[in-house]
Design a protein around this ligand. Structure first.
Ligand code: GAR
Length: 188
């Protein structure tokens, strides 16, 4: 039996995509990048790594359901087993969730349930807390609300800027996400 197949969904830079795809011990194959932003740097990263890209711009579809149906069909055609969200800045709707709940994982740069949403790092920094972190969780219909799989804390130091904090959080993300993916796919 071959490795499980995974699709990564990403909207932007793709540093987590890179960490996942370059991990030497992932125990699954990254068979597809799904990207919703035509100019996202992650698209080039995927091409450099020989990962096929499904670029789907929501503006090209009459509804979210129509947009997600195209993704759903591609995942079926490619026999994908897992979806890993890595900076995919869009809520997963019912069309994808009905079929995929339990097999969609997300990474978020805070200790959820604290600081959900689009700017978990900035929100924690501005709140003046001394500890934040990284959460990996199952995706449900909410914004960063699904059952938590793994968390790791990151201290915020008095001399941190948002930029130095972001670097430390992302270093944790790049180590933790491939490790958790390995654990998840190895036990199924
Ligand atoms: C990551 O820090 C990820 O945790 C965050 O987006 C960033 C994407 O960076 N995701 C969320 O905020 C989800 N709510 P990347 O494109 O360099 O991987």
């Amino acid at each position: 039996m071959g490795n499980a197949k995974a699709a990564v969904f990403a909207s932007g830079t793709g540093s987590n995509f890179k960490a996942i795809v370059e991990s030497p011990s992932l125990a699954c194959d990254i068979a597809l990048l799904v990207c919703d932003q035509p100019t996202a740097p992650v698209i080039d990263l995927a091409r450099q790594h020989g990962v096929p890209v499904l670029l789907v711009d929501p503006r090209d579809y009459p509804s979210k359901a129509a947009f997600e149906t195209v993704i759903l069909q591609k995942l079926a055609d490619d026999h994908v087993d897992w979806i890993f969200l890595a900076g995919y800045m869009r809520l997963i709707g019912p069309v994808l969730l009905n079929e995929w709940e339990g097999r969609i994982i997300n990474i978020h740069p805070s200790l959820l349930p604290a600081f959900p949403g689009k700017d978990g790092i900035g929100d924690a920094f501005r709140a003046g807390v001394t500890e934040t972190g990284v959460t990996i969780h199952y995706v449900d219909q909410g914004v960063d609300t699904g059952a938590i799989i793994a968390q790791e804390a990151v201290q915020i130091f008095p001399d941190d800027t948002q930029d130095t904090l972001k670097k430390r959080i992302q270093a944790v993300e790049h180590r933790l996400y491939p490790k958790v993916i390995h654990q998840l796919v190895s036990r199924t």
